[in-house]
Design a protein around this ligand. Structure first.
Ligand SMILES: [Zn+2]
Length: 142
C-alpha cells in the first residue's frame, strides 16, 4: 500500500503509529526510545529511532530522554555499519508543516548509504506486518 494513503488514514483517525508500535517490530530499545525498521523506507534497511514519549519537538524532551535517543542512534549506526560503508542521519525540527514532517511524533532516520544511492523521487511503499517482521529478523542477524 502506498504511504500517502496510510498517512491520510492516520490523520483522519488521529492515530500516531509511533505511540502504538508493536513490540515485535522493535529491534532494540531502552527506557525512553526504540529502534524499528522504517515502515515506509527510503532505501532497504532504513531504520528509525523514536522516543517513547509523544512529542513533536526535541525541546519537549528531558535530558535523559535525549540521551536515550542518542544512545540508540549510536546503536543503530553500529548495526548498519556491519553492512554499509556509511549512514546518513536525518531529523526534521520544527512544526509539522514547516518542517514537512509526515508523522507528528519526532524521530530520527538512519539511512544506510551505498556508493551510489538514488532515493529521491521514489514512490515509497508501506510494508505490511509480514514484511516488517522479515525486516526485523533480517536486521537482527546483521
Ligand atoms: Zn506519538
Amino acid at each position: 500500500m502506498f504511504y500517502e494513503k496510510i498517512l491520510k488514514s492516520f490523520r483522519k483517525n488521529n492515530f500516531c503509529p509511533f505511540c502504538h508500535e508493536d513490540k515485535k517490530f522493535i529491534l532494540a530499545e531502552n527506557k525512553f526510545a526504540y529502534i524499528t525498521p522504517a515502515r515506509a523506507p527510503y532505501v532497504k534497511d532504513h531504520l528509525l529511532v523514536i522516543p517513547k514519549k509523544h512529542a513533536l519537538n526535541l525541546a519537549k524532551l528531558k535530558g535523559k530522554e535525549k540521551k536515550a535517543i542518542f544512545d540508540l542512534i549510536m546503536k543503530g549506526i553500529k548495526i548498519l555499519e556491519k553492512k554499509y560503508p556509511a549512514v546518513e542521519m536525518g531529523y526534521k525540527e520544527g512544526d509539522l508543516l514547516s518542517a514537512r514532517k509526515t508523522i507528528p511524533h519526532l524521530h530520527f532516520h538512519l539511512v544506510p548509504k551505498r556508493k551510489r544511492n538514488k532515493f529521491s523521487n521514489v514512490k515509497r511503499n508501506f510494508l505490511d506486518e509480514k514484511q516488517l517482521i522479515k525486516e526485523v529478523e533480517k536486521i537482527k542477524n546483521f
